[in-house]
Design a binder for this molecule. Structure first.
Ligand SMILES: Cc1cc2nc3c(=O)[nH]c(=O)nc-3n(C[C@H](O)[C@H](O)[C@H](O)COP(=O)(O)O)c2cc1C
Length: 181
């Protein structure tokens, strides 16, 4: 079977090279409309979206995360730009108290953004690495910088921009599916 939704799911890639041009307001509004239309447990909508287009703010979060990554070993010593110079980054913070599924809900809205972006010709990559910046020392500073509501915590970020390159589809592991009955 094939249709536009299935094609978008199939063709989406994590994009790690972006053109310097900013996305338009209409494109951003389209992504945010899709984001808030995502499902969530008990319709709790336990998310907040902070759209950052100010590169100095993105750099501040980047530097905080890269400092921790550099000290952590694990092959991250060379990482300098976890946001891949994307012109827009959407930080999704979670109300962890809302339900036990808040983090999952934030992942679902992040993927909804990614698919909506792909459907209008934009590229995205979901980003967990920024979480490294919340190391116990910088937390209050980063929460304030990104205007997280009180009690919300970083869940995931989505880098967005005009793709300047693509990649192969990821290989699918074996043994992921059982069908019973
Ligand atoms: C929860 C989550 C966190 C991720 N964090 C990062 C990240 O910090 N940096 C990055 O470059 N890619 C990140 N990715 C992208 C994955 O590496 C990517 O989805 C995977 O390699 C499959 O490639 P594809 O998205 O092109 O299919 C993340 C993806 C998910 C779902």
């Amino acid at each position: 079977m094939s249709n536009d939704v299935l094609k978008a799911i199939s063709d989406r890639r994590s994009i790690r090279q972006y053109k310097p041009e900013q996305i338009t307001k209409e494109q951003l509004d389209t992504l945010l409309k899709a984001a808030v239309e995502a499902p969530s447990a008990r319709n709790s909508q336990p998310w907040h979206f902070t759209v950052v287009r100010d590169q100095a703010v993105i750099k501040e979060v980047n530097d905080a995360a890269c400092d921790v990554l550099a000290k952590s070993g694990g092959g991250y010593g060379q990482v300098r730009d976890i946001f891949y110079s994307a012109p827009t980054v959407i930080f999704i913070s979670a109300d962890k108290e809302a339900t036990p599924w808040s983090s999952l809900d934030c992942g679902i809205t992040a993927q909804t953004i990614a698919l909506a972006a792909h459907s209008i010709g934009l590229g995205t990559v979901l980003l967990g690495l920024p979480a490294m910046g919340w190391d116990g020392v910088n937390d209050a500073k980063l929460n304030a910088l990104l205007k997280f509501p009180a009690g919300y915590a970083f869940a995931i970020a989505v880098a967005v921009g005009i793709p300047d390159g693509t990649k192969e589809a990821h290989p699918v592991n074996d043994g992921l599916i059982d069908i019973i009955g």
